[in-house]
Write a protein that binds this ligand. Sequence first.
Ligand code: CDP
Ligand code: MG
Length: 140
Amino acid sequence: MAIERTLSIIKPDATKRNLTGKIIAKFEDAGLRVVAQKRIQLTKAQAGQFYEVHKERPFYDELCEFMASGPVVVQVLEGEGAIAKNREVMGATNPADAAPGTVRAEFAQSVGENSVHGSDAPETAAQEISFFFSGLEIVG
Ligand code: CDP
Ligand code: MG
């Protein structure tokens, strides 16, 4: 499998509870490498732009409010099959369905406040990485 890069976000529910390090440890333990990272505060408009694909969904407004409710840590993760591997470490969107040991099973508070975001395909990964990072900020 090829070396890939994927965009990860540690969401406000997790930064608030000081879980950044515990979540990063799960990524690193799975063989993913943090090749870019920053802690930022999104505006609701920026969150809305990032999640534009979901703008017709009933949860969109609440999701944008939540993503702007506190700091997030945005990261580029790199590794063999990084996009799928990260999704595996994250667990299912709804923590009630997330496999034991995954980030969402251990840390998520609800289907909305579910601690992490991860890109779902090569095209979205490239687009989401460039939303937050310039090439100079990614050091593999
Ligand atoms: O994050 P993931 O790719 O697993 O799920 P998604 O279907 O792309 O949804 C994006 C985000 O919207 C989720 O991570 C949740 O924070 C939120 N969401 C929600 O609040 N209620 C739902 N029924 C589904 C998603
Ligand atoms: Mg998604």
